[in-house]
Every structure is written in structure tokens, then in C-alpha cells.
Design a binder for this molecule. Structure first.
Ligand SMILES: O=P(O)(O)OC[C@H]1O[C@@H](O)[C@H](O)[C@@H](O)[C@@H]1O
Length: 249
């Protein structure tokens, strides 16, 4: 993960918002606790893979270092590389643990099974911030690496909340490089008619925070759902909160 010079922290004050015209949100771990579902599904998949290869067990830190915020198959490639495991890319319909695509598909089946069985509700503090920004008429965008962003938004009853959604499906269709590249955030800001300097970004992943920083966004808010305050600041967050309610304008 590339690190950057930390920018000075500024406390949450009303003026922090006065330079902001639009707000972009990551989804998993920022709006909905789907980060927990992703973490469990990845752990289940890599536990099985590493046991089969007689490798040391999967560690939760590996989620934050290699998978968090990255697109599905980029995450698999990054984690395998960190373990020195080389597997073929595989075919689109692979479901075995012998290829990059097979591993990603296997994890996705576990994720979608739990999402359709249990559903998902937004974090209450995130919902309060979305409500307040809507009252203030602030245009909102959603930028997620996930190809499951629309089903998750629908399950959470939030599909009407965002003027623009740039997700893993959009990125693939438009050939946009994923986080930590800034392109998906820049695409959403442009769709809302805002220069990045006048847009705020909320992110819980180091990769996503680095993407927002690289894009020159005016306010980058790290949301600590496990990545850690120091890691988010090092990746380029201006400030870090535990819950979006702390940012209510
Ligand atoms: O497999 P999906 O749903 O396309 O999601 C890809 C990634 O999306 C990110 O938002 C999550 O932080 C990751 O945990 C997840 O792996």
C-alpha cells in the first residue's frame, strides 16, 4: 500500500463542510456493515484454500492488507501474491479453488447466500448523515468496488438515495482501474458536476482512502471499521471517525 504524507487533521466544524458541494460514499463498511459479510466469506474461502495447500492459516490482517476495498479478482491476486502462490486466472464459470476466478466466484457464492438469507440494514449513524445531507440538498454519490453494490443497496432500502452509483460493474464496463486508483471516484464526481476539490469522500479501506487522496478530493474522511486510525491517516485521510454520525453537519 503506497503511503502518503499525512495532511493536517482538522476537527469537524461547520466550515469543514462549507467547501464541499457533493459527497461520495464507499458502501461496504461505510453505509452498510456488509464488510462483515465480505470478511467472513473471504475467511471461509481462504481457510479452505490454504488448508488444502498445507499453508499457514488465513489471518484477518490479510483482509485489510490485500482484500479490503479492492475489486473481487484484484483482491484474490493481491492475496495470493503476498503468499507466494501462483494460480492460473481461470475461466468465468470456474468455482473451484484452483484458479483466481474460481476462488473469487466461490467467495461470491458464500457472500450472496448470506445476503439473501439475512438481508442487511444500514449503520444507523450513516442513515442519519444521509438523511441530513438530503435535507440540505447535497448531491450524493456511491463509489464501490463491489459488483454486488446494487443488490446491497436494494436490500438496505437505499437504492433511491444516490444520484450516481459507480460500482464494480461500472468499472468493468467502462474499463476504469479500481481502488487504489482514483478513477472510480473521479468518474462519480464528474457525473455530479463537481471538481474533486469540492467533493468529500467517506472510506473505510486503505485502498479507497489512497484512491481519494490520489484524486485530489477536498475532504477525505476515514471511517475506522478495523483498518485502524493510523493506517487510514497514512493512506491520506484528513480525519478519521468511528461512525458517520460524528460528521453530522
Ligand atoms: O465481490 P464483490 O461483491 O464484487 O466485492 C469486491 C470487494 O468490494 C469491496 O467493497 C469490499 O471492501 C471487499 O471486501 C470486496 O471483496
Amino acid at each position: 500500500m503506497p503511503t502518503a504524507e499525512p495532511r493536517p487533521q482538522h476537527p469537524l466544524t461547520a466550515p469543514a463542510w462549507t467547501d464541499v458541494d457533493v459527497v461520495l460514499f464507499d458502501l461496504d463498511g461505510v453505509i452498510t456493515p456488509t464488510v462483515e459479510l465480505h470478511r467472513r466469506a473471504w475467511a471461509e474461502t481462504f481457510d479452505e484454500l490454504f488448508a488444502g495447500l498445507a499453508l499457514p492459516p488465513y489471518r484477518e490482517e490479510e483482509y485489510f492488507a490485500s482484500l479490503d476495498g479492492r475489486s473481487r479478482f484484484a483482491g484474490v491476486r493481491s492475496l495470493l501474491e503476498s503468499r507466494g502462490v501462483s494460480l492460473p486466472e481461470g475461466a468465468a464459470d470456474d468455482h473451484g479453488l484452483t484458479s483466481v476466478i474460481g476462488i473469487g466466484n466461490r467467495k461470491n457464492a458464500a457472500f450472496t447466500r448470506v445476503l439473501s438469507r439475512d438481508g442487511i440494514a444500514p449503520y444507523p449513524g450513516s442513515l442519519r448523515l444521509l438523511d441530513r445531507l438530503a435535507e440540505l440538498g447535497v448531491p450524493l454519490g456511491l463509489v464501490s468496488s463491489s459488483r454486488n453494490a446494487l443488490p446491497v443497496l436494494r436490500a438496505a432500502g437505499l437504492e433511491e438515495r444516490f444520484t450516481v452509483v459507480v460500482d464494480g460493474v461500472t468499472a468493468e464496463r467502462e474499463g476504469l482501474p479500481g481502488k487504489p486508483a482514483p478513477d472510480t471516484f473521479l468518474r462519480a464526481a464528474a457525473a455530479l458536476g463537481s471538481p474533486p476539490a469540492r467533493a468529500a469522500v467517506f472510506e473505510d479501506a486503505e485502498s479507497g482512502t489512497a484512491a481519494a487522496r490520489a484524486g485530489g478530493f477536498g475532504l477525505v474522511v476515514g471511517v475506522d471499521r478495523g483498518a485502524g486510525r493510523a493506517a487510514l491517516i497514512a493512506a491520506g485521510a484528513d480525519t478519521v471517525v468511528d461512525d458517520l454520525e460524528e460528521m453530522l453537519p
